[in-house]
Design a binder for this molecule. Structure first.
Ligand code: P5A
Length: 445
């Protein structure tokens, strides 16, 4: 993409309404535009990041054996009356009527709708286990939408639902999700710590939230400092192997980490004092096991091997996809702007032409652009007639991990400059070397 033709409405000034750094940077770098309170349009650069997160989520969900579906945004109130949540959900649920005076609502989550799909088509244990998920816009009429996409009213969520014959099977699904989420967040360049939490209006016995530590986080968290050293890394895992999933879960949850110290103060106090930590965290996901809460209320049953009928055991699992864009920026920025992790960056690298119109510089940029594109990479070429300082400032603000700077002086010596946004370190390389280095970096992401 050529920057001269790209719609990226960069703001020079700090927007007054933004209280936290991610919100400020998302507005300044032209990722989003507020439509109304808690509701945003996603502009090209922001939308690209959202799509990259979505792709990672789809890949990791498929790897864990889950199936993607798409459910509607508007739902009938009827199903919610069956589960009993229509009245319980309160003012966070946005309700409306259609022209026939029927009650509709804008989906805040989809346990009821997916349970209805299940009960309409599945009646035997032979079709279990099953996990269906979607990535879809949700609406919760939050009383205080704030911090940009962090607490929106309309937000993008991956929501998954598992159906199992027994509690034991459902707990395996729970563990499998926890493991696949660890991998998903790491691919996004994030350290998201699974912490025991309360289940809130979704209900259920067992729940973990995934928290990214950040001063601007809305949750207070309590943990053993050693949890932040845990890393999933590149290990391969067989998601059907119950004990393999269980042992990863044990590894990541054996150290104390909770969103609420009041539940197990005695356990927190057992951590050596120098390792006890209180901090703030951004909740980027949550998984639940809630047993037969919905299946019993809505008659979602299956026959087992003996021909006996029983309600299925269920859980649900959510990732805050739009919130993640903010969380990633909170965890990856400096005073100049965003520093995208390589796994989610909207463009793989920037190409800065220091002397637009200089035949040699233009040709070299074009050649580098072509080589990167041929290798399947997505570069952003700053071909504007602007001063070098302005070009560097834009690149630093939008935060692409790598920049190739091309100018007549370097080209006389046969070199261009490759700069890491995060390290701030530059090296002189031939155009070919620079391209090959980027290709090999992105091959290992
Ligand atoms: C799990 C999936 C659920 O709704 N039902 C289906 C379960 N869980 S949850 O914890 O309430 O939401 C899942 C994730 O969505 C993000 N999130 C939000 N993001 C932005 N703005 C909001 N107002 C908002 N509310 C929830 C969070 O990341 C949460 O973990």
């Amino acid at each position: 993409m050529r920057l001269s033709r790209y719609f990226i409405p960069v703001l020079k000034e700090n927007p007054a309404e933004a209280q936290i750094v991610s919100h400020r940077l998302m507005l300044r770098a032209g990722l989003i535009k507020q439509a109304t309170a808690g509701i945003y349009s996603w502009l090209p650069l922001g939308f690209k990041v959202l799509r990259r997160l979505e792709n990672i989520i789809h890949e990791e969900q498929q790897r864990a054996g889950h199936q993607a579906i798409q459910m509607p945004i508007l739902q009938s109130a009827e199903l919610w009356r069956e589960s009993g949540r229509y009245d319980d959900y309160g003012q966070e649920m946005l309700r409306m009527k259609d022209r026939h005076d029927r009650d509709l609502l804008f989906t805040p989550t989809a346990e009821e709708l997916v349970t209805d799909i299940f009960r309409s088509h599945i009646s035997s244990y032979k079709d279990l286990p099953l996990t269906l998920y979607q990535i879809q816009w949700k609406f919760r009429d939050e009383i205080r939408p704030r911090f940009g996409v962090m607490r929106g009213r309309e937000f993008y969520m991956k929501d998954g639902y598992n159906f199992d014959l027994t509690k034991e099977d459902a707990l395996h699904s729970y563990n499998r999700h926890l493991v696949s989420y660890l991998k998903t967040y790491e691919r996004m360049g994030l350290r998201a710590i699974p912490m025991r939490a309360d289940s809130g209006p979704i209900g259920g016995e067992d729940t973990h939230e995934f928290l990214v530590l950040a001063e601007t986080g809305e949750s207070e968290v309590f943990y053993d400092s050693q949890v932040t050293d845990l890393k999933f890394g590149n290990r391969e895992i067989d998601y059907d192997d119950h004990s393999a999933c269980q042992s990863v879960l044990d590894e990541f949850t054996s150290l104390y980490a909770r969103t609420d110290e009041t539940h197990e103060p005695s356990v927190f106090e057992k951590i050596p004092p120098e390792r006890q930590r209180k901090a703030r965290g951004i909740e980027v996901g949550q998984i639940f096991y809630f047993g037969t809460k919905y299946s019993e209320a809505m008659g979602a049953t299956v026959t087992d091997a003996n021909g006996d009928n029983s309600p299925v055991h269920m859980g649900s699992h959510g990732i805050g996809v739009s919130r993640l864009v903010g969380a990633i920026i909170e965890a990856n920025h400096d005073e100049k702007g965003i520093m995208w992790p390589e796994g989610v960056t909207p463009f793989h690298c920037g190409i800065v032409n220091l002397k637009q119109g200089d035949l040699e510089a233009d040709d070299a940029c074009q050649d580098i652009y072509q080589r990167l594109t041929n290798a399947g990479l997505d570069p952003l070429y700053d071909d504007r007639n602007e001063r070098a300082g302005g070009k560097f400032a834009t690149m630093d603000l939008i935060g692409l991990p790598w920049r190739i700077t091309v100018g007549p002086r370097g080209l006389k010596n046969g070199v261009v400059e490759l700069t890491s946004r995060r390290e701030g370190v530059s090296e002189d390389l031939t155009p070919e070397e620079a391209v090959n280095k980027l290709i090999s970096i992105y091959q290992s992401v």
